[in-house]
Design a protein around this ligand. Structure first.
Ligand code: NAD
Length: 501
């Protein structure tokens, strides 16, 4: 799609989508600029939804849920609509990818190869899942049949981050509606663009009006209003750990069901017996994919001392040759960071590292590319896991190297973190691999592979990386209420309140 045509597809001012149509923002609604991080130019304005507007979207979602038009629709009908959404996402993948990269800075090749296929797969997966899963029957007690059914919960508030807007928001959206819920989606205020197109796709695919509603705005305004609304039954949130804590507290007061998928500081352990070339290429993907702005980034690269020099030689050659450039260029490997604030934050890690005696092996400063929030792919060598670069989530193209002597030490460093999202392990020793699988305190352990997401399996974090999981059965637990129904097989003597005389 040509940039000129794409421009025609972006409204000058994005409002909210309620009951299947765009709503004119209220007079006095605050306008937020949506910025292109590669040019620093304003792409369009976003009209922020205040609590009155959020309440209206929730009321529509609730009324639609209660109408039963979707919540009681046959599974085959919901499946058909989800598959149609998948088809439309595939058909319009190029336009969606272009919209996705414009405000995120994700390189187009990654949007095409990873983000859009994942968004389409999210709808396909839940379409298939609901048509295959059965409810349970317990008949061990010969007097009774007991059924356990799963019913939609009600209204889901879905709050998404900016780093992979479509892939992550559609995982929640597809799960919520597949199980019959209505929802109100709030994307990040920095990356609303692809959702304009997505709402229209949902309508064309046959999602009844009011099932999916979209509100826009900043977290403490629009997001908080959504979490505070008493008619929202579930909050599914992906974002930072501090935000997750605030959301958990507020949602807890309303006794809402909450799943939080939060930050990470994941270890990537490379043992001396590993396939070094594969481990190097995977360390590049884990550290610098999505401009390093991914929750599952392998940001703490733990190298066994005996191969550290050889590994670093290959790794640094590759990192120094990464192509920094415009997200729209298919050969770009590293695009800009999301915002000037993020650029400043990441620069502070570079500066602190220097002052802290951490050796800068590559990068460590903004790239010579202006305009845009570009930062050089950075590798630093820390002395101790307690240094700031090893403890805090940086969320940029920034990898910290630590060395270890024996495998127990590597596992202990990996686990010495407030986070516990994922871990990568590179070894050809089966015993070591199994030990890692047993002892790493993370929600996912990838052995001899870069990121692999199996949607049937749970994804989520230990410790401060989140509460709850999504994927397959775990999404079903989140988005459904279980109901137990017991029926006697035949009439039998009823119990008495007391023994008869
Ligand atoms: P963020 O926490 O700043 O914002 C995430 C979303 O929450 C945005 O839509 C934001 O507007 C909203 N929000 C902010 N404050 C809020 C509040 N008080 N109430 C309600 N909503 C609020 O996170 P971000 O900067 O957009 O994303 C980066 C973070 O997300 C990183 O920490 C990253 O690790 C994490 N993340 C985690 C996963 C995962 O699956 N575990 C995936 C991607 C990103």
């Amino acid at each position: 799609m040509q940039a000129k045509n794409l421009k025609n597809r972006i409204p000058e001012r994005i409002g909210s989508w309620q009951n299947g149509r765009w709503v004119t923002p209220a007079a006095g609604a605050q306008d937020l600029p949506v910025i292109n991080p590669a040019s620093e130019a304003v792409i369009c304005l976003l009209a922020e939804d205040d609590s009155a507007s959020v309440d209206s979207a929730v009321a529509i979602a609730k009324a639609t849920f209660q109408s039963g038009i979707w919540s009681r629709a046959a599974v085959s009908e919901r499946k058909g609509v989800l598959l149609k959404i998948r088809d439309l996402v595939v058909e319009q993948a190029e336009e969606l990818a272009q919209l996705e990269i414009l405000s995120t800075g994700i390189p187009i090749s990654q949007a095409r190869r990873r983000h859009l296929p994942r968004a389409a797969m999210n709808f396909e997966f839940f379409a298939e899942f609901i048509s295959q899963t059965a409810d349970r029957l317990y008949d061990q007690n010969p007097d009774y049949l007991t059924l356990v059914r799963h019913e939609p919960v009600g209204v889901a508030g879905l709050i998404a981050p900016w780093n992979a807007p479509l892939a992550l928001a559609t995982m929640k959206l597809a799960g919520a509606i597949a199980f019959g819920n209505s929802c109100v989606l709030k994307p990040s205020e920095m990356t609303p663009l692809p959702f304009v197109r997505l709402m229209e796709i949902l309508k064309i695919a046959g999602v009844p009006d009011g099932v999916v509603n979209l509100v826009n705005g900043r977290g403490p305004v629009t997001g908080q209003a959504l979490v505070a609304n008493a008619d929202v039954d579930i909050i599914a949130f992906t974002g930072g750990t501090a935000t997750g804590r605030a959301i958990g507290e507020l949602a807890g007061r309303g006794l809402k069901r909450v799943v939080t998928e939060l930050g990470g500081k994941s270890a990537n352990i490379v043992c001396a017996d590993a396939d070094i070339e594969r481990a190097v290429e995977s360390a590049v993907l884990a550290g610098f994919g999505n401009n390093g702005q991914q929750c599952l980034a392998g940001t703490r690269l733990l190298l066994q001392r005996s191969i550290a020099a050889e590994f670093l030689d290959l790794f640094l050659t590759r990192v120094r040759s990464l192509r920094i450039g415009l997200p729209s260029d298919a050969t770009t490997e590293i695009g800009p960071l999301i915002s000037s604030a993020q650029l400043e934050r990441i620069q502070s890690f570079g500066n602190d590292a220097r002052n802290d005696g951490v050796e800068i092996l590559a990068g460590g400063k903004p790239a010579d590319l202006k305009p845009g929030y570009f930062f050089e792919p950075t590798v630093v060598h820390a002395q101790s896991n307690s240094q700031r670069v090893c403890c805090e989530e940086i969320f940029g193209p920034f990898v910290t190297v630590l060395e270890f002597d024996d495998f127990d030490e590597a596992l202990s460093i990996a686990n010495d973190s407030e986070y516990g999202l994922v871990a990568y392990v590179w070894t050809n020793n089966l015993g070591q691999a199994m030990k890692a699988a047993d002892e790493l305190r993370t929600g996912v352990v990838w052995i001899n592979t870069p990121v692999y997401r199996e949607l049937r399996a749970p994804f989520g974090g230990f410790k401060h990386s989140g509460v709850g999981r999504d994927g397959g059965d775990w999404s079903r637990s989140l988005f459904t209420e279980s109901k137990t129904i017991s029926i006697p097989r035949q009439d039998f003597p009823l119990a008495q309140l007391a023994d008869s005389k």
